[in-house]
Design a protein around this ligand. Sequence first.
Ligand code: FEO
Ligand code: CA
Ligand code: CA
Ligand code: CA
Length: 736
Amino acid sequence: MTLNRRDFLLFLGGAAGAVALNSLQSCGPNAPTQAPSPEAQKFGFRPVKGPMPVTTDGISPAQQLEVYKTYEVADDLILPEGFAYQVIAAWGDKVGNSRFGYNNDYLSFVETGPDEGYLTVNFEYISDIPWRQTYQQVIGKSLPFEEVDAAVKKAGGKNGLNAFALPDKDPIKAKIREICKEALIDQGLGVISLRRKADGSWERTNSQADRRITGISGLEDDKYLKATGPAVAIFQKTQGQGYIDGLGDRIIGTFANCAGGTTPWGTVLSGEENFQAQVAEPVYADGTAADPGELGFSSASIDGQGNVFGLAGNKYGWIVELDPANPNDYGTKHTWLGRYRHEAVGVRVEAGKPLAFYSGCDRMGGHVYKFVSRDPVRDPKDKANSKLLTNGMLYAAKFNADGTGTWIPLKADTPVNPDSPSNIIGQMIPLPGNAGQASPLSYLQAKKDEQIKQFKQKFKTLGDLYTGTAGEKQGAILIDAHYAGNAAGATSTARPEDTEIAPDGSLYISFTAGLSGKEGGPDKRIFKGPHGETPYPYGWIVRLQEVGNDPAALSFRWKILATGGEPAVGGAGFSNPDNLLIDAKGNIWMVTDMGTGGHNKAVQSRVDAEGKPVKKSKLMGVFGNNSIWYIPTSGEDAGNAYLFGCGPMECETTGPFFSSDQKTLFLSVQHPGEAMGIRKDMAAEMREFAMLSADGKEFVQSRKVPVGSNWPGKGANDPPKPAVVAIRRVDSGAIA
Ligand code: FEO
Ligand code: CA
Ligand code: CA
Ligand code: CA
């Protein structure tokens, strides 16, 4: 599809933000010029040419050896021919009385009319390198980084500097406070109102509801977040084993807001994910928090941001519900949904049935969870449905290797029955063995099956692991959901990222990587590569169907839809699936989250000095930048992955969300320049990669790789900024 002069002018003049005309090219300079493959024609776009040969690129394996010999990575959002993007908002832009935050992630567009609505945006975290480098330039004021670096280096301990314990008159405390405040303002949620113009572009309308809910909402104003459910009894304690902030059910702020979900009644759900980087995660057996000093401030990574404010760790790691249309709503944390490293929320709401909300805990060995409401839904569009989230049960998934599974309730009378460490990659399961102990940090790292036997002799039910009244025990179990889940025998999985419900009620889960680490690892009977490999770093997309298609079912079946990895070795061509978006036909749009450190990292050889294949995790560079894929879920193409786009340098593309007419795909570009910061004077490096064609023939690719990023400004030496874009077809047709 070519861009005619009228389209060209329309895009130049009509957009509220910048429009990338070079997004109308394929990724590299060697883009094939042949006609679209029949497969591509079926899906409405010709896949862009990524750095790696895939079976879905319309190029024969023999041609791939030539076509992919050279490749140029672009510091831009690259889309198929006939598509363009418009920047809607970027870090630092005005939002209400605050600013557009950093590292935009989940996007939810709640429509208030055919061409208008509220776009709610999650702001997940700050990337310390570009944030520190560009803060003054973008925000227009300076922060005392050098003084704080020096003071923390001098005084900080193993867990950072406990600024909370410093006297208020200590000048360094005020400086740490200043940095942490700005970092927390850049996290949380934002609501911006949008209207679509006749030419299909979007403009901000700055309504009364445009506002920010930040990591410090409530700290200096009365805009606290609220809480519901059993953990409220813990928050309201006036004495306990651990730290109590004295605020009761009022909560200061939300941060680490990764992915989310949208309800049919027009509210947005936001998952607090890596909260453990800002506040101490471990809790006591009575559910009270660790002392804020257990995680001090670290100036190198700008982590431990909750320490100086004395934030209570047990108030973070929840799902927040927000009504974007209500300017007075600053969010509610529903504690029945559990406290863990929430990625997203799969929302299943059907009239006459209990509602089911699914969410994954994105950590090595994290679980997949389901909350089922006690009461049924009457009208899915009724705002009173939020009440259904205040009473029900939280379950954690047990996956069996035969494709079946069950849901285990996380309540006091559930039997203690952990898995065996010998079934886990890395052979370790952390258990809450701390009942009655003084320290909250004493999770039992079970490494031997024998320890599990002893644990089961000591504790019979989950209620034996926690203390308090029946109601308080339920609160403590929900606060400690990950560890309680391990004690109950929930499956240790491969970092569940998104959980999305398809139109037929199936749940799709992206498991991003099957690796193990200090916190645990996945079950090796379940999370295997195409040839049974463990560990397997490239990830999977799994489909889960409840027995009887009943949201409240206690058993399910599961099946792998697509496996990450190079096509030559059985993968679908992507690595590390993250957010999923399911279109009206039930097909998947998926974005990847490969760790920034591995992006375009040269691969000199596929064998080591002794001639043995190098570890798969050393080959990550072949996949290039993070990218956007289309994956049909039915028919002969089911599970094949077609490349729809590539992100700018060192970024993640996150939060894809369709307008209801599917003519606009809203997308977040998170952390451009995360590793190298500003791209200086258009710097680039030539790197070599030992690549495989789709049929497994080895060849060398010379790849030109920009160093750092100038996106979205794209001018020489522009600061990289996280930003949200609207993608649409140049001909204004539906995308899916
Ligand atoms: Fe924030 Fe699990 O991605
Ligand atoms: Ca994510
Ligand atoms: Ca991720
Ligand atoms: Ca992320």
